[in-house]
Write a protein that binds this ligand. Sequence first.
Ligand SMILES: Cc1cc2nc3c(=O)[nH]c(=O)nc-3n(C[C@H](O)[C@H](O)[C@H](O)COP(=O)(O)OP(=O)(O)OC[C@H]3O[C@@H](n4cnc5c(N)ncnc54)[C@H](O)[C@@H]3O)c2cc1C
Length: 495
Amino acid sequence: MSAPLRSLLEFPARAEAQASWEYVEGWGMSAGSNARVLRPQSLAELRALVQRARAGHRPLAMRGSGCSYGDASLPLGADVLDLSRMDRILAWDPVRGRASCEPGVTIEKLWRTILPDGWWPRVVPGTMFPTLGGAAAMNIHGKNNFESGTLGDAIREFDLLLPSGDVRTASRERESELFHAAIGGFGMLGVFTRIELEMKKVHSGELEVRAVRAPDLAFALEHLERHRDRCDYLVAWIDAFACGRSLGRGLIHEARYLEPGEDRRPRETLQPAHQDLPRTLLGVPKSEAWRALRMLNNDFGMRALNRFKYHSSALEVWRGPYRQAHAAFAFLLDYVPNWKWAYGRAEQRGLIQFQAFAPRAAALQLYREILDRSQSARIVPYLGVLKRHRPDAFLLTHALDGYSLALDFKVAPERRSALWKHCEELSESVLAAGGRFYFAKDSTLTPDQARRMFPAENLARFRALKRELDPDNLLQTALSRRLFGDFGSQSSKSE
Ligand SMILES: Cc1cc2nc3c(=O)[nH]c(=O)nc-3n(C[C@H](O)[C@H](O)[C@H](O)COP(=O)(O)OP(=O)(O)OC[C@H]3O[C@@H](n4cnc5c(N)ncnc54)[C@H](O)[C@@H]3O)c2cc1C
């Protein structure tokens, strides 16, 4: 038997070997289901899986590391196409700072590879575990969104495997519409199989960081506004329990890159080992720290913890500017492994995030209303984070000239429906203020709210592309079904 024929006959068995039935959940654990998970390791395997899914009319829900909080990487009657094993860095050019990567390369793998050469990813989220495919599909932003834009702004080009089996290369100059639609297109138009990115040159493995206390929301917003021209990163933690004159109080962290010569031992600080987060927290092995947090994971404990964090920050503010490794600053949330387990791991538990993007002029009033109403409803978020954003050119972007307030709400069976209703009502206020939401964080939007959040023309263009490139709605997720149904697919029309 010839080799090509043998490999053709063998392939289905190999592809099958990558499949297993598993419980798959969103990062916030409040949604999940059993599904068949397919894990291709190469483009050939991936293409064969897509072709078989198409022939068998079995939809596919793509998944990277599953770091989206809600149902964005979950199936609804679909198989899961897990791309995390396609994780090779295909090329790295340390002179120009450009990397070409398979979609399963994580942010962590990327920074560990490039940092010793004096580069850092231009955009990173608050955790280092997402894959580049998942990050591009959501068009993630970092604490420097106001200055550096979203991840899409750092992408030069990508290859996208379409449901037809064709691979298209897109960049700003070539297939520009596809470029601006697939980035942020939440995995609806095709599978990213190669992503080429530009990095940021850095002269040290450390940043200069300064903490500033914000006595209320107006101060925090004003500070982010006034200091964005002289900072490379800006983020504010918000104590969502504080009320009255202290409503929206918090702690701002601003950071800047070091100039050449400022770091006297750059070779050392640029080593990944210098970035590694400490193994213990107050003497406790970090892997066990979530258990301690669990004891505080109720309204009483979280009110106390937020208050303690605010008041104890005086010390950090007093200390003045200090140096911090990039990873420690960027991935603060990775400090305590599995901290989300403190929210409870049983079904119907966990957490959701409500991230409201607001235009600059509307932000203060809107965020005051959101915090006030949450306190009145006794549905108070345990964590609040404020960021400054800037608009970009992507078709379904969440970014705008304004701010976002991200709020983590605990999910418990007895208050689940009240929480969903609360978020649905808050979403109406956000939309009325001209705001937006971010699919990577969403759990509660309704189809009508999703429709109203984008300019009608953008949504129409996206729908048209979806029908052209994926007429049978092969690529779908629980989120896409919840918000957009079947996009008016051909198969549903012929039924
Ligand atoms: C603790 C924490 C902090 C976070 N902080 C931030 C933050 O600061 N800023 C921010 O923007 N986000 C943040 N996020 C959200 C996270 O960055 C996004 O959800 C990101 O998309 C996760 O990547 P992933 O690989 O886990 O993708 P998944 O969550 O698995 O999937 C995300 C989407 O990508 C699609 N997809 C996956 N792979 C591909 C592919 N190869 N081709 C096409 N589509 C694909 C999926 O279908 C899905 O729609 C945070 C998440 C966590 C858990």
